[in-house]
Design a protein around this ligand. Structure first.
Ligand code: TXA
Ligand code: MG
Length: 315
């Protein structure tokens, strides 16, 4: 059931979390499917609802620094710097975990991924629930991430106790993930661009390449995928006979001859393009097209996260 985030509905949602149920909620990146992170049985429901493999650990969402103490053993100095600059916001930090965090949340890893979302509805829900909330993106495993409540409703509506509707999400791509080992390592391109991290950290090591034995499943070569086959190609690379039968996801200009076209940002703005990415793919995917072609995006700033998602969607 989709409801607006009124104080009464937030109270109801918090109650569902506290009693071990599932609530889908908006964040500034994508919608999350949340459960009490300290309740292993509640967290198991997330895996069941998403058909998510148990080796894929979850991100724990907190409302404040006090809550961080409930899940993390220590906060290295570099992490402090990143939190000061990017929290609350779309940056997830992988830190040494406390025993209190059930193994199902972290897939048995000695670390836990934590983020403090900036979205007021996410903030209010966590604060009212009074517990950290484990939440992956609210989509079936491997499928497109949801950027609107109706995406969640359509994909997982029957498996969630409540969906809080906060409208379209701001960034439209997931949080950036950084592992704080001896040196910081970027595990997933996301809403905080690499360039911004480097302004705080200097050079950052990357471990985001697609691999069959990924450190994190966002690194699986195929992920974030629509049901319709998707390929990355400039418009002129698509033969005109084929254009009539397929959809095109364009960056800024409408190319000629395609059956249907979605434009991510007419002004060529990467923030706007990221915000529209999954929405456009959801729409194209519902048309039953033979294939979707997507235009390559410049790989700077948020363009890296967009291309990362397109590559995995097309793998
Ligand atoms: O923007 C986001 O991060 C959204 C919203 C809901 O907050 N959440 C999200 O969650 O994208 P999910 O489950 O789709 O992606 C979480 C990623 C996974 O690839 C997971 O493997 C990685 O975080 N992860 C979680 N715990 C980890 C750990 N201890 N070490 C390394 N990676 C971890
Ligand atoms: Mg996901």
């Amino acid at each position: 059931m989709v409801v607006p985030p009124t104080p009464a509905n937030l109270e109801r949602a918090a109650q569902i979390i506290r009693s071990g149920g599932l609530v889908a909620f908006p964040t500034e990146t994508v919608y999350g499917l949340g459960a009490n992170a300290l309740d292993a049985t509640a967290v198991a429901k997330i895996f069941e609802a998403k058909q998510r493999p148990s080796f894929d650990p979850l991100i724990v969402h907190i409302s404040d620094r006090e809550m961080l103490q409930q899940v993390v053993r220590e906060v290295p100095a570099v992490a402090e710097k990143l939190m000061a600059r990017f929290w609350p916001g779309p940056l997830t930090l992988v830190l040494p975990r406390l025993e209190a965090v059930p193994g199902i949340v972290t897939a048995g890893l000695p670390t836990v991924a934590v983020r403090m979302p900036a979205h007021p509805v996410a903030q209010a829900l966590i604060r009212k629930a009074g517990v950290p909330i484990a939440a992956p993106s609210a989509n079936p495993f491997g499928y497109l991430s949801p950027t609107r409540a109706e995406h969640v409703e359509r994909m997982l509506g029957h498996r969630v106790d409540l969906i809080l509707d906060g409208g379209s999400t701001l960034f439209g791509v997931e949080s950036t993930i950084v592992l704080l080992a001896e040196k910081p390592v970027l595990l997933r391109h996301g809403a905080v661009p690499l360039e911004e991290l480097e302004r705080v950290l200097g050079t950052v090591a990357l471990q985001v390449e697609a691999s069959e034995k990924p450190l994190v499943p966002g690194q699986l070569p195929q992920h974030y995928a629509p049901r319709t086959p998707i390929r990355i190609a400039a418009p002129e690379e698509v033969p005109s006979a084929l254009r009539k039968r397929v959809g095109y996801l364009a960056f800024r200009e409408v190319p000629k001859g395609f059956k249907v076209v979605k434009v991510l940002s007419p002004t060529g703005n990467l923030l706007e393009a990221a915000a529209h990415l999954f929405e456009a793919l959801h729409q194209l995917d519902r048309l039953g097209l033979e294939a979707i072609y997507a235009e390559p995006i410049p790989e700077v700033g948020l363009g890296r996260a967009i291309m990362d998602r397109l590559r995995r969607a097309s793998a």
